[in-house]
Design a protein around this ligand. Structure first.
Ligand code: SF4
Length: 421
């Protein structure tokens, strides 16, 4: 029997095609470091996967989604977000009037299937969200934003794992893999023969064996769980800080350097945020930390008062002698909260339309002002002219004003509101 000397998990396959060191658990020295917010995001991911599993088993979402989440121990997750994500899961599974959906393509579906298969001295493992042996199909729900890091390698691994479960499998047996991007409301599918998949897996494993612990830093690092403990990232951060410290002048060379190191500076900013997170968590856990020079770092509370519009109205009306314009001028309406309130007040299937209608009417009434902001952004050289003509972004997190706001853009933008329910 061949001795297993390495285990590769499907979820690491995509990042491993960019950086073989990322697939070697020992390579990044320290284990992945978790950040504040990671747990909340992970819980949302687990909760939505459980709702998706429910959809596959029962053909619909739980009746009272918020109550169901609560009884399942997901009371702290945002039920609206799960509602939004599961809305597309249901459509992708059951289909629409123009498309029959995955349900019809996957007979006898099995959920949450953990599979492992050995390929020479390597053990390949994976957890397939939905699989159908009869249809030779594997499906993966993704609750995060669709990323530039290709998920195809992960799906190839799932296809390989599923192929090991198929009866009467032959080299020309075709396996289908699908990814449903719940947040982006899109899906991707692939088809490979078993021979193609086995060849790909062998080539990938050979590449990993040849490259060993070779680090290859790039855009993909943003999605790597070893990011904060990766020696390659640390080296980049150190050299970037040196470049920042040595930056002088504004001649062409200095300007080009300034532009070139921008992605690396973004990494440094990310590291600084991670440092702040870790410092906060350490103080929360251990209390004030002494710096050794007579100082200490603590978490200091500060308070900001907010005034409730409804409860304050009578007092303000009395003070301003019912001058509604002055009172309204002191108030703003939060767009996110407003859209949520409209959605909550609208029947299922009508929420997007209701939000679009209200926003259109508010624009027509001149109740919406738009703040303009500029952001640093990478574009292709040929786009520079276009960008220069239109180099400001608009921030519509804006305000729905009380009175006298500037009249603003077209109604089309309003209908561009999230139309999902
Ligand atoms: S952070 Fe980047 S370079 Fe480091 S292990 Fe991950 S993918 Fe590789």
């Amino acid at each position: 029997m061949t001795e297993i000397i390495k285990t590769i998990r499907a979820s690491f396959a995509s990042i491993a095609t960019f950086c073989s060191a990322a697939a070697q658990p020992s390579s990044a020295a320290a284990p992945p470091i978790r950040m504040a917010g990671d747990d909340a995001a992970a819980l949302t991911g687990i909760a939505i996967h459980e709702v998706c599993e429910y959809i596959v088993k029962y053909g619909d979402r739980p009746d009272n989604l918020a109550g169901w989440l609560s009884t399942k121990g997901y009371g702290s997750v945002d039920a609206d977000e799960i509602g939004f994500l599961s809305w597309y899961a249901l459509k992708a599974w059951k289909g629409t009037k123009d498309w029959s959906g995955f349900q019809n393509a996957m007979s006898a579906p099995v959920t949450e299937l953990e599979i492992q298969a050995d390929r020479g001295p390597v053990r390949v493992t994976g957890h397939i969200d939905v699989s159908s042996v009869a249809a030779a199909t594997a499906l993966d729900w993704k609750s995060g934003y669709r990323t530039e890091v290709d998920v195809e390698p992960q799906m190839r691994i799932y296809a390989f794992l599923l192929s090991t479960k198929l009866p009467n499998v032959a080299p020309d047996t075709v396996i289908t893999a699908a990814v449903v991007w719940l947040r982006d409301k899109t899906y991707q599918t692939w088809k490979w023969t078993v021979a193609e998949i086995q060849q790909w897996v062998d080539e990938m494993l050979a590449k990993l064996a040849n490259e060993g612990d070779k680090f290859n830093a790039g855009d993909h690092c943003r999605y790597c769980p070893h990011y904060y403990s990766c020696p390659a990232q640390r080296a980049i951060v150190q050299s970037t800080i040196m470049s920042l410290a040595n930056m002088t002048g504004e001649d062409d060379t200095a300007m080009a350097t300034m532009a070139q190191i921008y992605p690396a500076v973004q990494n440094v900013e990310r590291m600084v945020l991670a440092y702040r997170d870790r410092l906060r968590m350490a103080i929360l856990k251990h209390g004030p930390i002494l710096t050794g020079d007579g100082m200490a770092i603590i978490l200091k509370e500060s308070h900001r008062e907010t005034i409730d519009a409804l409860k304050s109205w009578e007092t303000l009306a009395s003070f301003f002698s019912d001058d509604v314009e002055t009172i309204a001028g002191c108030m703003t309406v939060g767009k996110t909260k407003l859209l949520k309130a409209i959605a909550d007040a609208s029947p299922k299937g009508q929420k997007g339309k209701a939000k679009g209608k209200v926003m259109t009417e508010l624009r027509t009434a001149g109740a919406i002002s738009t703040a303009t902001r500029t952001t640093l952004s990478f574009v292709r050289e040929q786009e520079v002219v276009k960008e220069t003509e239109n180099d400001t972004g608009t921030d519509e997190s804006a305000t729905v004003a009380g009175q006298g706001a500037a009249r603003e853009p077209s109604a089309e933008a309003a209908s561009g509101e999230n139309a999902s329910d």
